[in-house]
Write a protein that binds this ligand. Structure first.
Ligand code: ATP
Ligand code: MG
Length: 442
């Protein structure tokens, strides 16, 4: 991609009407544009990041053999009346009626719909276990939409739903999703901590929230600061007992500040000086709710004795669009965003310092043509000030900048600038690929 073609219209200054750094930076780099209160357009730069996150989530669900489907944004009110959530959900639900006065709603979540869908297919104990997910826009008419896409009304969620024949099996699906979530957040380049949580309007008995610690997050958290990252790399995911033990271990160290959990946390033997009070952003939430919805919607299967039983379920959400803001909130500086390489809109920004110089331009063009075949790269080919070129790539947070300058090309050298540290290294053109592989794993 060339900057001369790309839809790239960053603002010179930070917008004054935004409070959070992520909100300011997303507006300033022209990733999003508000179109109505709490409703946003994703401009090309923002959409690339959103899609990168979606794809990482997709790939890892695939690895866990969890299948994707796509449910509609608009749902019929009928199922919600059966589950008795039509009235419970209150004003957060956007209710619509069509030309025939049929009651519809813009889905805030999908437990009812998916339970109804699988009840027509999962009829025998042999059809279990199953986990399905989709990535779809949700609408919640939040009382106070704020902080840009962090808390908005229309947002993108990945929601998965598990179906099992017993509590024990359903608990295993829950543990599997728990581990999958740790993997996803790690792959996204962020350190999300799992906290035991309240279940809220989704209902159920067992629940964890995944929270990214940031200075201005809305969630208050407590945890044992000596536990940074419980080792899960060496766990055999098929070893059910080990998996269960691991989840319990996590539950012991992290706690939310609801009164119930606070009390539980302080009753544990965490030494006073190790208790950390902090803030964070909820980026994922998982629930076990058992037969709550299958009972209401009469969703049953035949067990191996030919007896009818209700299906056991859980639901597992990730705030995909919120993640874009959350990642920025945990990784930026005064110059702009610092993307983890995995989600960056482009991994490499190539700068031709002197567009007016024929030799520099030819060199840069050749380099770009070669590199674009292999790497995600944006090429600054415009005739604008060098300072401006560097500032834009800093602002939009590209992990690496390759700077092609008049003087260096005579020695076949290129400047490689690391966005995070700001460090500039002079690397020979032939060594660049090795250097990038070694330092950035791409
Ligand atoms: P919150 O406590 O932040 O209001 P929630 O508990 O209502 O969120 P869930 O029903 O657990 O949300 O939804 C799953 C995920 O969707 C959340 O973990 C969050 O990342 C995301 N999410 C929820 N509400 C919003 C919103 N208004 N804007 C953006 N993302 C949201
Ligand atoms: Mg939640």
């Amino acid at each position: 991609m060339r900057t001369s073609n790309f839809y790239l219209f960053p603002l010179k200054e930070n917008p004054t009407d935004a409070f959070l750094a992520s909100h300011k930076l997303m507006l300033r780099s022209n990733m999003i544009r508000q179109s109505a209160t709490g409703i946003y357009t994703w401009l090309p730069l923002g959409l690339i990041v959103l899609k990168n996150i979606e794809n990482i989530i997709r790939d890892l669900h695939k690895d866990f053999m969890i299948q994707e489907l796509l449910m509609p944004t608009i749902q019929s009110a009928e199922l919600w009346k059966k589950s008795e959530r039509y009235s419970d959900y209150g004003k957060e639900m956007l209710r619509i009626s069509d030309r025939n006065k049929a009651e519809l709603l813009y889905g805030p979540t999908n437990e009812e719909l998916i339970t109804d869908i699988v009840s027509k297919d999962l009829r025998s104990y042999k059809d279990f276990p199953k986990i399905l997910y989709h990535i779809q826009w949700k609408f919640r008419d939040e009382v106070r939409p704020r902080f840009g896409v962090m808390r908005c009304r229309e947002f993108l969620m990945k929601d998965a739903y598990s179906f099992d024949t017993s509590y024990e099996n359903s608990y295993l699906s829950y543990c599997k999703m728990f581990l999958l979530y740790l993997k996803i957040f790690k792959k996204l380049g962020i350190n999300a901590l799992p906290f035991e949580a309240e279940t809220g309007p989704i209902g159920g008995t067992l629940s964890h929230e995944f929270i990214l610690e940031t200075a201005n997050g809305e969630s208050e958290i407590f945890y044992d600061k000596t536990i940074n990252d419980i080792e899960f790399k060496n766990i055999d995911f098929n070893d059910n007992e080990k998996v269960k033990k691991l989840i319990l271990e996590y539950s012991n160290y992290y706690s939310k500040t609801s009164e119930k959990h606070k009390k539980k946390f302080f009753e544990k033997n965490v030494k006073l000086e190790n208790r950390k009070y902090s803030k964070g952003i909820e980026i994922g939430h998982i629930f076990y709710f058992g037969t709550k919805y299958s009972k209401k919607l009469n969703s049953m299967f035949l067990d191996n004795n030919g007896k009818s039983n209700f299906i056991y379920s859980g639901s597992y959400g990730i705030g995909v669009s919120r993640l874009v803001a959350a990642i920025i909130e945990s990784s930026y500086d005064e110059k702009g965003i610092i993307w983890p390489a995995e989600v960056a809109p482009f991994k490499i920004g190539l700068i031709n310092v002197r567009v007016g110089d024929n030799l520099s331009t030819e060199y840069s063009e050749n380099f770009y043509k070669f590199f674009k075949k292999k790497y995600s790269i944006i090429y600054e080919d415009r005739d604008i000030r060098l300072g401006q070129k560097l500032n834009i790539f800093d602002l939009i947070g590209l992990p690496v900048q390759l700077i092609i300058g008049e003087k260096n090309i005579s020695n076949n050298n290129i400047e490689v600038k690391d966005r995070k540290s700001g460090k500039i290294s002079l690397i020979s053109k032939d060594q660049i690929e090795d250097y990038l592989k070694k330092n950035y794993e791409f």
